[in-house]
Design a protein around this ligand. Structure first.
Ligand code: FAD
Length: 394
């Protein structure tokens, strides 16, 4: 049986980033994923992938430190300088501008496939042992823990669960988590628009849920946006049953034709949205990070950014313990990680819940308040500056 100091279960964006951020330590590390951990060949002519992330400045800086950012920019990333958010049921509107806040960009829209591809390329140059295309079938908890894979069993002192929202390892650890159904389904796809997106991330809040148009690189005269349209499930069923032409008209009308006509749409995909939060981030030398620890509504595009902040803090604590000659898997080390991350993750989760409720409210008083609030905030440069920095993770 192969033995490791640390086994990371789940090689998504968060697990792969964690593996890379610990790659230079003396720890013997394994990364396991049921999907392939080899970077597929990227074709610049390929159509845009339906899943994208709005990466904050903090996340792109992390990728720079991990040596993966260059490979992302060499594939495709879309910087955006402006953000425009408005109330579809009223007149409130708020706009953010990178230059006015003293930044070059507000963030980057990057396809998840591109992020993972670049991380896997960098991982291939490290000593991390990758167990590719192998689901974890069973665990035997002890000291060390044993992880049964499809073809072998491996052992480790510390297990990190980065196996996503439905994390089996979190469930097995016995860590309780709270869960709330947002009663929203997100429809994602890419659309071609008549007008250029003006390097702007757009979001309209409708009574049925928020709709985001995220800028993607243009191809010649053709302009593209990646869409996240959150809807109550019945409405999502309705929208998903539309043919291409009817879908283009429906989304164009919901978006108030801000970018002119919607000319074409790729196939649509649906993601039911749930808020989850683990009550502890570690127990018995099993530690949670990313979606395995928390999931939030994608309306502010913060989910993976929070996971990447988990990566920064967890790797910092582990490295500091190693430098001091401490046991990196000790409870007091993992407590520090939990203390440093839980508060900010909870705050973001509650903010998203509050925003969703605020914009779903039909009450005339609340509608007046949110319209006035948006206009008022838009006229206060200092408050906007604070909001921008929060959204950028800096
Ligand atoms: C519609 C939508 C839009 C979003 N937009 C944004 C955005 O703009 N910005 C943002 O920051 N976030 C966004 N998010 C959130 C973001 O996508 C997630 O937070 C992120 O994907 C979580 O990454 P992860 O690595 O923690 O988990 P995952 O991406 O779920 O990765 C988990 C990995 O574990 C592997 N795995 C699972 N089980 C096993 C097992 N038993 N054995 C082996 N391997 C296993 C899986 O194969 C997978 O590779 C959005 C989410 C949705 C639904």
């Amino acid at each position: 049986m192969k033995s490791f100091d640390l086994v990371i279960v789940g090689g998504g964006m968060v697990g792969a980033s964690l593996a890379l951020s610990l790659a230079k330590t003396d720890l013997k590390i394994a990364l396991v994923d049921q999907q392939s951990l080899s970077a597929p060949v990227f074709s610049p002519d390929s159509s845009y992938a339906p899943r994208v992330s709005a990466l904050t400045e903090a996340s792109s800086r992390l990728f720079q430190r991990l040596g993966a950012w260059e490979a992302m920019t060499a594939q495709r990333v879309m910087p955006y300088q402006h953000m425009s958010v408005w109330d579809g049921e009223g007149t409130g509107e708020i706009a953010f501008d990178a230059k006015a806040a003293g930044f070059k960009t507000l963030g980057h829209i990057v396809e998840n496939e591109v992020i993972r591809n670049a991380l896997l390329k960098s991982l291939a140059q490290t000593d991390i042992e990758c167990f590719s295309d192998q689901s974890t079938l069973d665990y035997q908890l002890g000291d060390p823990h044993q992880v049964q894979l499809e073809h072998e069993t491996i052992a480790a002192r510390l297990l990190v669960a980065t196996d996503g929202a439905e994390s089996r390892l979190r469930k097995l650890s016995g860590i309780p988590s709270s869960q709330k159904d947002y009663r929203h389904h997100a429809i994602v796809t890419t659309v071609a628009t008549e007008q250029h997106h003006q390097d702007t991330a757009w979001q309209i809040f409708l009574a049925s849920g928020p709709l985001a148009f995220l800028p993607m690189p243009s191809r010649g005269e053709r302009h593209y946006c990646s869409i996240v349209w959150s809807l109550v499930p019945d409405k999502a069923d309705e929208v998903l049953s539309l043919g291409d032409e009817a879908f283009c008209r429906a989304i164009e009308s919901a978006f108030e034709s801000r970018l002119g006509k919607v000319l074409a749409a790729d196939p649509r995909f649906r993601f039911p949205l749930k808020q989850r939060h683990a009550r502890q981030y570690h127990r018995n030398r099993i530690v949670l990070a990313g979606d395995a620890a928390h999931t939030i509504h994608p309306l502010a595009g913060q989910g993976v950014n929070l996971g990447l902040q988990d990566v920064e803090v967890l790797s910092e604590e582990i490295i500091r313990a190693l430098e001091r000659g401490d046991d990196f898997s000790a409870s007091h080390i993992l407590n520090r990680y939990e203390r440093r991350r839980m508060g900010s993750n909870l705050l973001m989760m509650k903010s998203m819940e509050g925003l969703q409720n605020l914009f779903a409210a039909d009450d005339i008083g609340i509608r007046w308040l949110r319209n006035t609030g948006l206009k008022w905030t838009n006229s206060l440069p200092l408050v906007k500056d604070l909001l921008i920095k929060q959204a950028m993770g800096v």
